[in-house]
Write a protein that binds this ligand. Structure first.
Ligand code: S3P
Length: 173
């Protein structure tokens, strides 16, 4: 059976390592839409990696660039699948923009699954270089879950493949 036509942008929110980019690419293929990764767009605009932006300019500057990039993506006329960086939906202004212009999907997973996944790419995530990654992830989950919960759709990615998570998103649309 055919997937539903996409009438609005879809944004994927959730903690680092949950699969926003991988599941987003699969969703884009299935729904016939383009995929954009907000972190990648920020990196392209800045000509630096996310880690370099944090180190050279600090997190507030990153958040400002991130908001601008997301604002620009949301202004595109054709519906996009957008993978947001894990902290984007936590910023009040960015979250308001996203809730206004897109369907938001919170991808959840058990903390131990996330910790294992982010451990595969050490150094890629500046927030996790500030201490013990497992402790930081646990704190971020505690702080952020109430805001991620404002998303329109919630999908648990702990069980099943990324393809099955994409199925669940499509079923929920
Ligand atoms: C961040 C998540 C990262 C990236 C930056 C900050 C966060 O994106 O935007 O390192 O605050 O959770 P991913 O969730 O794609 O790793």
């Amino acid at each position: 059976e055919n997937p539903p036509a996409l009438l609005r942008h879809l944004t994927l929110v959730g903690l680092m390592g949950v699969g926003k980019t991988t599941i987003g690419r699969r969703l884009a293929r299935r729904l016939g839409a383009a995929f954009r990764d907000a972190d990648e767009e920020v990196e392209r605009a800045a000509g630096r990696t996310v880690s370099e932006i944090f180190a050279d300019f600090g997190e507030p500057a990153f958040r400002e660039g991130e908001r601008k990039v997301i604002d620009r993506l949301l202004a595109q006329p054709d519906p996009l699948i957008i993978g947001l960086g894990g902290g984007a939906f936590i910023q009040d202004e960015t979250r308001a923009l996203v809730k206004d212009k897109a369907i938001s999907i919170w991808l959840k997973a058990d903390l131990d699954v996330l910790i294992e996944r982010v451990g595969r790419k050490p150094g890629a995530r500046p927030l996790l270089s500030q201490g013990d990654p497992a402790e930081i992830m646990a704190r971020l989950e505690r702080e952020r879950a109430p805001l991620y919960a404002e998303a329109d759709i919630v999908v648990d990615t702990s069980v099943g493949s990324h393809e099955q998570s994409a199925d669940q998103v499509i079923d929920a649309l």
